[in-house]
Every structure is written in C-alpha cells, then in structure tokens.
Write a protein that binds this ligand. Structure first.
Ligand SMILES: CC(C)(COP(=O)(O)OP(=O)(O)OC[C@H]1O[C@@H](n2cnc3c(N)ncnc32)[C@H](O)[C@@H]1OP(=O)(O)O)[C@@H](O)C(=O)NCCC(=O)NCCS
Length: 188
C-alpha cells in the first residue's frame, strides 16, 4: 500500500483568509469564546471543551490546540470575523490518516454567531488550503443527518455526500449514524 511522505507538511500554523474570515492559531484572548460554548448541547461531546466553563479549563483547551501540530494530530484554528476581529469558533484539519493521503475537518461556531456564513467561509478556505498540500488527496467530514447546518455548509463548499455510515460513532451516550462527505483533489 502506498505511503505518503508527511515530512513536507507545514510545521508552523499558517494564517488563512478569504477576506470574510481569518483562520489563525488560538491565543489567550479566546478564553471567553471557549467558556461561552461550555453549555452547548453538542460541542463538549465532539471536542475537548469541558462543560465546567471555568477560565482555567478554557486556557487548558487553548494549550491543547497548540499541541495539535507538534504531536502531528493536525492544525487547529480559531475562526475570526475579519470585520470585528472577533473569534467566533473553531475549525481543524486532522491528520490521523495522512499516511494514506487523507485528512478530515471538524468545526463549530458559538451559538450567537451561527447562520452568518462563518462555517461555510471557513470550510471553503481550509479545504482549498488542505487540497493544495501535496500530501492531501482527499478531505472528509462526518456529519449527523440531523445536522442540517453542517451538511448544507459542506455541500455549499463542493463536498459530495458519499453515504451513510451506520452506527459509526458514540456521541454522548448514543451510537449515531453519520453522513460521509468528501472533497478530493482533481484530477486524482
Ligand atoms: C453546524 C454549524 C457548524 C453551522 O455553522 P454556521 O456558521 O451557522 O453555518 P453557516 O452560517 O455557514 O450556514 C451553512 C448553511 O446551513 C444553513 N443552516 C445553518 N444552521 C442551520 C440550521 N440550524 N438549520 C437549518 N439550516 C441551517 C444556513 O442557512 C446555510 O445555508 P445556505 O448555504 O443554503 O444559505 C453550527 O451550527 C455549530 O457549530 N453547531 C454545533 C457544532 C456542530 O454541529 N459542528 C459540526 C459537526 S459535523
């Protein structure tokens, strides 16, 4: 089976932008954003945001994001609104399967900033960057069928729904089906 050389992946966090959003490394000014999603019904179940909502736990979350690159886990970005310079969410490019030329993306936006196009703009920006990397041939997303905002953003960014992965993952205390969405570099 072919293995890709991952040694050429960027070793520092890039700054990415489409003019509407900027994706950058987290910093301590993002503590209040992290605290604000501690009581979200989904975000603590699919990330390492803790439900305590304390300042220290938010700082620890930010420190973990800085470790993602050094441990080879991936690139964790704060999504910021370029107009207000306000951080509104997180998007990450995850590299667990990069030796096979595959990466995945996950994201969230704080409730107060939803339905303003932030995830669509961020996903588009990060997908373009990811597929420009020699090592990345395919990017995929796992989306619950009920998460209409998430799969609409995926489709808006050119992702294709490939199928339903049944009983794929435990989220909270339940097994969940997820749609598999992908974007691939063309031509292969
Ligand atoms: C899902 C989520 C990331 C969407 O982020 P967002 O910034 O609100 O998304 P956008 O504003 O870019 O909207 C994308 C599309 O979905 C639609 N949409 C957004 N939320 C929606 C909802 N709750 N119901 C129906 N449609 C919705 C938007 O109208 C837009 O559609 P359009 O392109 O046809 O106009 C956000 O709701 C969230 O963080 N939820 C909790 C965490 C989560 O679900 N993460 C993703 C796991 S796969």
């Amino acid at each position: 089976m072919p293995r890709f050389d991952c040694s050429m992946l960027p070793t520092v966090m890039p700054q990415l932008s489409d003019g509407r959003v900027a994706l950058r490394a987290f910093n301590e000014s993002d503590v209040s954003l992290i605290q604000s999603v501690a009581d979200d019904p989904l975000i603590p179940l699919i990330t390492t945001v803790l439900t305590s909502g304390t300042h220290d736990d938010a700082l620890a979350f930010i420190a973990r994001q800085h470790d993602r690159l050094s441990t080879g886990t991936g690139y964790s970005f704060a999504i910021t609104d370029t107009i207000s310079d306000q951080a509104v969410g997180q998007i990450g490019l995850w590299l667990h399967d990069i030796r096979h030329g595959r990466a995945s993306i996950g994201y969230w936006v704080a409730p107060v900033f939803r339905r303003r196009g932030f995830v669509t703009a961020s996903l588009d920006t990060l997908t373009s960057w990811a597929l420009s990397l020699e090592e990345v041939h395919r990017v995929h997303l796992y989306v619950e069928p009920t998460n209409v905002g998430s799969w609409r953003a995926a489709e808006r960014c050119g992702y294709s729904r490939e199928g339903l992965l049944r009983s794929w993952q435990e989220i909270g205390s339940e097994r969940k089906d997820v749609f598999m969405y992908s974007a691939v570099r063309t031509p292969y």
